[in-house]
Design a protein. Sequence first.
Length: 251
Amino acid sequence: MTLRSRGARPTPTPGSLASANTSTGPELADRVTSRRFASVARDWVDWHRAYDDTASALSRRLAVISRMIRDVLDSAPPGDIRVVSLCAGDGRDLIGAATGHPRAADLEGVLVELDAQLAATAAVGVASVSNRVTVLNGDAGVTAGFRAALPVDLLLLCGIFGNLSDEDVRTTIAAVPAMTRAGATVIWTRHRREPDLTPSIRRWFDDAGCTSMELVSPGAGGFAIGAERRRDVPASGLLPDRLFSFRDDLW
């Protein structure tokens, strides 16, 4: 059964533009805490191929995320729609949702992805959507690369939380008010394998001044996709220099 909720926070039931717009940040020197650990490196390009299987969990997850993004575009007031996507991969969630949408040209912001091949693919795709969205080939955990794009109306934290320590997840969520405008939407994902961190994640978003708009999950052991709306609350602190260290060894 798919858990789908809006508004309240029920406990889940068991059960990166073309090369001219692609930049390389100084944070790439920080390889120890980057998205690759030499001894357990995952081929993220190969991993993304699972999206091409329409029956895969990744494909089903992508469909939900894309619909949530379109909901944001549909309801956005006139003017720019500022977006940041961290660990953006090939950017297919934002690109797929925005392609053909009447508000696509209003998108402005940055996608951050460390894998050079994925970033290049994202750059080609996003160029067809908006010439004001760029791709940064760099470590998404380091905030220097995307500070200039903040605050945003849409923050994508998809495919991240399952590869972070619990403390880094909490740190990232606590920084949401410093990264977003009041009324902004944050879309996040996390697997629900034991120990299921989803209830804690939802509580941390609440503590950070967000209201749950929707939670979609096929059940225990599957995935969870959340959409949060930032309430009109002040940022409780400065944006840290580093939000998280992406870890391949948590798979």
